[in-house]
Design a protein around this ligand. Structure first.
Ligand SMILES: Cc1ncc(COP(=O)(O)O)c(C=O)c1O
Length: 223
């Protein structure tokens, strides 16, 4: 049989063997519901909190800042609806035309509910139209920006550093989506916190930990 050459790691990757090994007991022996009152479930709750602490330590965050969800889509939805509710009805939501449906659908739902939503276009090569993005930032009132770090289909890396610099004057709340594999530059951290990176949503099975660490540290610095 011909060996499989898998070239779609941008969409998803194989789970690392050590992750499979670490998780196996929770599928086979320690499968209690972490929210249950009984000891069997209570033990799992302790494991869950330990995992939260470990993830937080790994990325220099506070455990209370780590929210485990079932997937990147749920994280995107939670962050977008949560942020916009906090910012208020006059918020302009800025995103890009090429976001994953996990971002575009909630934004369009918010447009149907009366919010102003700007989907910034991209250039012919899939990169961000910086002028259009700047124009969107120039709109009055609070702004919430949801931008992917790398596109899940084209692999194009978005200029987060530039996007953050552009936003410095208007200080929008920014959510960075790092669900797709990406070549993002961890040095962007200096720029993230100046404009207030408030949310990071990700699917860990595609995110190199070092880059997640940079993003999460930026999140903390923005406070
Ligand atoms: C950029 C991006 N955002 C969001 C998602 C949704 O993540 P999930 O499949 O974990 O719900 C994906 C999934 O491919 C993605 O690539």
């Amino acid at each position: 049989m011909n060996p499989v050459v898998y070239l779609d790691n941008n969409a998803t990757t194989k789970v690392a063997p050590e992750v499979v090994e670490a998780m196996l007991p929770f599928f086979t022996e320690r499968y209690g519901n972490a929210s249950s009152m009984h000891a069997f479930g209570g033990a799992i709750h302790a494991d869950l909190e330990r995992a939260r602490e470990k993830v937080a330590a790994l990325i220099h965050a506070d455990p209370s800042e780590i929210v485990f969800t079932s997937c990147g889509s749920e994280s995107d939805n939670m962050a977008i609806f949560g942020a916009v509710e906090r910012l208020g009805r006059d918020t302009t939501i800025i995103t890009t035309r090429v976001e994953h449906p996990a971002v575009l659908q909630p934004c369009r739902e918010l447009r149907d509910r009366g919010y102003r939503v700007i989907e910034v276009s991209v250039m012919a090569d899939g990169t961000l139209d910086i002028d259009a993005y700047s124009a969107a930032l120039a709109t009055p009132g609070p702004k919430f920006v949801s931008m992917m770090w790398a596109n899940n289909e084209t692999g194009v890396v978005f200029p987060i550093k530039i996007a953050a610099e552009k936003g410095r004057k208007t200080r929008p709340d920014i959510k960075l989506g790092i669900c797709g594999e990406h070549g993002g530059d961890p040095a962007s951290i200096d720029f993230f916190h100046r404009v207030g990176l408030k949310y990071v949503s990700c699917s860990p099975y595609r995110v190199p930990v070092a880059r997640l660490a940079a993003a999460q540290a930026a999140l903390r610095n923005s406070k």
